[in-house]
Design a protein around this ligand. Structure first.
Ligand SMILES: [Zn+2]
Length: 297
């Protein structure tokens, strides 16, 4: 079993709750911590699984502050009074910006229509206020969160996808849970770069994580890789990132500007699991990554 896409246990102390496109990873000791705050469209799933008499995590650990990782915080805070949201210092500062909060709100409301939320949720509004989007506790790089019963989560800064990215090492499971700082899995030979804020930092973060001994790696949208697959994930992500940078430089040398380069590379990169994202979003994300590569020459 090397590739898990169903909800259920992913390691001794961690389980995936809900659909794999937007999984919630719950780490449980005597207390529990949920990695990431989902999107508002996940409201039916959050309401089904979390609250008094159901799953009651004490923490939400943010991998980063993109709208699809924090949009469920409003509902989670109401279902779980006293919930503490933790993340990097940069995540805390990012979520303090009114402009960021407003964007996160707008994107979540926009996607509720796309996911047909009203059909399963009715015409209730999913609670999500600007002040729900905040970090209650800043985690320093390397800091451990003790969940009791011998279960600990170590927070590791991993900038490069965003400046605020953090990944979480679950011990004793040797499970690494993260956002797109861990790349986008496409196939065993391809883990696409997600280096939106800085290519150099994205690679440096992966190089640092390559030193960890892992039994499993839990990805933000595509499932969990275990055993040998988990161990090859980061080396393949590094290799794919370097291939991407070489290709960008090659096309740039032929005179292509970032937008044209993104259009040209979309055809090469948008396939398999990476084709799930709408083409326009894919291309804009790609253009941002291309600019990041070219700025770092
Ligand atoms: Zn992201």
């Amino acid at each position: 079993m090397a590739w898990l896409t169903e909800s259920g246990p992913v390691s001794a102390h961690t389980r995936a709750v809900g659909a794999m496109a937007f999984p919630c990873y719950l780490v449980t000791g005597e207390r529990a911590a949920l990695v990431d705050g989902a999107i508002s469209s996940a409201a039916p799933l959050l309401e089904e699984h979390f609250g008094p008499g159901k799953l009651t995590p004490a923490w939400v650990l943010l991998t980063h502050t993109h709208y699809d990782h924090v949009g469920g915080l409003g509902l989670l805070r109401r279902l779980l009074p006293g919930l503490q949201v933790a993340g990097s210092a940069v995540a805390a500062a990012t979520l303090e910006k009114p402009r960021v909060r407003e964007f996160v709100l707008r994107m979540n409301r926009q996607e509720e229509g796309m996911y047909g939320l009203a059909q399963v949720w009715g015409d209730r509004e999913v609670p999500l206020e600007p002040e729900d989007l905040r970090v209650d506790r800043v985690l320093r790089d390397g800091e451990h969160l003790d969940l009791g019963a011998g279960v600990r989560v170590q927070a590791l800064e991993a900038p490069g996808h965003t400046r605020c990215s953090m990944v979480y090492l679950v011990e004793p499971d040797r499970l690494l849970v993260g956002g797109e700082a861990l790349g986008a899995y496409v196939s065993p030979d391809e883990v696409q770069a997600q280096s939106v804020s800085s290519f150099r930092e994205y690679v440096a973060s992966l190089e640092r994580l390559a030193g960890l001994e892992l039994e499993a790696i839990a990805l933000p949208h595509h499932g969990v890789r275990t055993g040998a697959d988990a161990r090859s994930h980061i080396p393949v992500a590094l290799e794919t990132a370097r291939r991407f940078r070489a290709r960008v430089r090659e096309l740039h040398a032929q005179g292509l500007a970032p937008a044209a380069l993104a259009a040209a590379l979309t055809g090469e990169l948008r396939h398999g699991l990476s084709a799930g994202q709408p083409e326009k979003a894919f291309q804009l994300n790609l253009e941002a990554m291309i600019r990041a590569v070219l700025e770092e020459r």
